[in-house]
Design a protein around this ligand. Structure first.
Ligand code: FES
Ligand code: FES
Length: 154
C-alpha cells in the first residue's frame, strides 16, 4: 500500500491505495466520490471521464499514483456551493439525460472541449465526445446543451 497525495477539485487529499490502483477505484472506493461512474472498465464508454490538468481522461485506465502533482477534476467539482454550473443547467434544460449514467462523463468531456474550444461546431462536438457513449438519449439533447453553452461564450 502507498499513501497517495492527490489534488482533487482544488483540495489536497491523502488516501491509502495499492501502488497499482486505478484512479477510478481510488475516487469511488478510496474517497467515496461516486459521481464518477464505472462502466466498461476498458476505456470504451467514457462513463469514468475526469479531467487531469484539464485534459479529459478515462479514469478506469489511469494509475492513481501517476496523478500525484496533477490537478484532478471530477463531476463533483463542477458545481459551486451546491449550485449547478451553466453546462449542467443546460444539460437539464435540453433533456440531455435519461438514466443519467453517462452524464458525469459527458459533462467532463464537454467541459474539456469547451475549455480548449469555446465555440465548437457540431462536428467538433461529436469528435470531442467520441470517447463517451450514451445508450439512452440519442445524443441530440447532449449536443444541443453543448451548443447552447457555446453560444453563450464571449
Ligand atoms: S468505465 Fe472507463 S471508459 Fe468505460
Ligand atoms: S442517459 Fe442513459 S446512458 Fe446516457
Amino acid at each position: 500500500m502507498a499513501r497517495l497525495k492527490l489534488r482533487i477539485n482544488g483540495d489536497d487529499t491523502e488516501v491509502e491505495a495499492r501502488e497499482t490502483a486505478l484512479l477510478l477505484d481510488v475516487l469511488r472506493e478510496g474517497l467515496e466520490m461516486t459521481g464518477t461512474k464505472r462502466g466498461c472498465e476498458t476505456s470504451h464508454c467514457g462513463a469514468c471521464t475526469v479531467l487531469l490538468d484539464g485534459i479529459a481522461v478515462h479514469s478506469c485506465v489511469v494509475l492513481a499514483a501517476r496523478c500525484e502533482g496533477k490537478e484532478i477534476t471530477t463531476v463533483e467539482g463542477l458545481s459551486r456551493d451546491g449550485e449547478l454550473n451553466e453546462l449542467q443547467r443546460l444539460f437539464l434544460k435540453h433533456g440531455a439525460l435519461q438514466c443519467g449514467y453517462c452524464t458525469p462523463g459527458m459533462l467532463m468531456a464537454s467541459t474539456a472541449l469547451l475549455r480548449r474550444n469555446p465555440r465548437p461546431t457540431l462536428e467538433e462536438i461529436k469528435v470531442g465526445l467520441d470517447g463517451n457513449l450514451c445508450r439512452c438519449t440519442g445524443y441530440t439533447g447532449i449536443f444541443e446543451a453543448i451548443q447552447a453553452c457555446a453560444a453563450r461564450a464571449k
